[in-house]
Design a protein around this ligand. Sequence first.
Ligand SMILES: [Zn+2]
Length: 281
Amino acid sequence: MSDGIDGEAIYKCSNCGAKHFLHADDFEFEVQSSDERQMGAETQYVAEIHACCHNCKEAIELEFEVWEYPAGIINCTNESANNAEITDSHFSIEHLPNPDDGVVEVAKLIKPLLQFRFDKFSEQFVDFWITQYRKNARTTTISSAISLVLASAAIGLGIYTSQEKLGQQLPRAQDFNEQYVLLKTTQQNLNDLEHFISSKKNEMEATQNLLGDLEEQRAAIEPIVQANQELVDAMFAQHRRDNENYVLRERLIGVALGVLASLIASVIWHFIGRFRRKRGV
Ligand SMILES: [Zn+2]
């Protein structure tokens, strides 16, 4: 069994021929019977309408029968009228909005927006709007119109506010003299910076050249130093040898002089001894 039956119908007064229209709100379908069949329940709905012709005030009675089987499908319909002729009728299964469905639909709608997939969002928004419109045309139209007005107002307010802010900033930022002085100072600073960089560059180049010259001089001197190294070593060795010979000679002379001095002393001592004995001391 579904949520109910929606119906629309057109009928004509048998007395005066005036045409009447019935809308969904005019029907009050009630379950008349329900039987369990092979594919589930078969439900019989009946709506009775008692009306007066709006033209001749003739009393009119209408009866509509709808069979739903299987669930969600209208299997067949039947209608009967007193003092009227039903010229057209249409029935559909009513789906009351499920609050969970709404949440799911809104979530489905927001997801592409969060993923920045605006084409997907647009497509789903259109589907959503059409679904809502089919469910309830009047409410959807009114709420869409209100949303449109509110969105336009919000956008307009946003533009107005940003323009106001821009307008407040302009007189300060656009002061010509200040801008000119600022640009002049910036240019001066940039020139100074350029000079500084240029002078540093020259200094670095001079240092580089000096290092290059020193390297060249070192390269020129290196063979000379290496060639004369042996000579210098030989000179030092000869000097050392001379020094050693001199010390040896000094020592030999010292020893010889010592021996000579002892000899002289011994000779003198004997002379003195002989001289004393001769005098009979
Ligand atoms: Zn009538």
